[in-house]
Design a protein around this ligand. Sequence first.
Ligand SMILES: Nc1ncnc2c1ncn2[C@@H]1O[C@H](COP(=O)(O)OP(=O)(O)OP(=O)(O)O)[C@@H](O)[C@H]1O
Length: 255
Amino acid sequence: MTALLEVQQLSRDFGGVRAVNQVDFDVRQGEILALIGPNGAGKSTVLNMVSGVIPPSAGEIRFDGKPMAKVPGHEYAGLGITRTFQNLQTFDDMTVLENVMVGMHTRTRSSLLACGMNLGSSRREEQEMRERAQIWLEHVGLAEEISSLAGSLPYGKLRLMEIARAMVAGPRLLLLDEPAAGLNHTETAEMSRMFQEIRANGTAILLVEHDMDMIMTIADRIVVLDQGAKIAEGTPREIQENPRVIAAYLGDDEE
Ligand SMILES: Nc1ncnc2c1ncn2[C@@H]1O[C@H](COP(=O)(O)OP(=O)(O)OP(=O)(O)O)[C@@H](O)[C@H]1O
């Protein structure tokens, strides 16, 4: 498999603190790569750099061979990279369908504000977006809730809505920041099944997650960070048996 995303010597400083230190990894086409590590290891910071939210202090990120350093954040969805956030980013007083259509607007380059105000898209474009959003809402099991206000949905369903929103733009790489946080066992299993389906349809996934059952079930490969640096990379089985990884987790109170 060829690399879709290449991360080389990636570093990020916050003031005097080096949050990410010379990290290398690839995400290959059609695979699920999990990025794990104890609290504060630098996982979200890596995801924020890969999704164009913050610039690296050093190093390089390439997507499909293209250096991403000069690509503005709003162009990522159009290039084929979308993401979800650790903290839900939903519009409570818009319907579930409208919330998902916002994901298409980022692709068609209308602004979020314009979307909220119903501006800037032709009727045909609007219809096409509606259909794609409906298809993805059915995929994630929210067909019944399409017309509900997002604010009325329970937390687990909002997480699913976020996945639909990230998928509606048709990404080649989906970035997920703790998608199972706050979900119960059944919801986590359902979400795992969905990610496997997304992978089967050809979208690669870079997954930051603390739920080890989910990671060990769905990840093709795992990269482990500790204190900003990569300490291991391998299959779920290799990672489970790696003494450095075990030591890093045993040293972390919250795991
Ligand atoms: N905006 C920021 N300003 C200053 N320091 C930051 C900022 N963002 C992250 N850090 C620091 O960078 C380090 C890595 O944080 P990061 O959130 O990337 O870790 P993480 O592995 O995602 O942790 P968690 O699993 O708890 O979410 C931490 O020491 C954190 O305090």
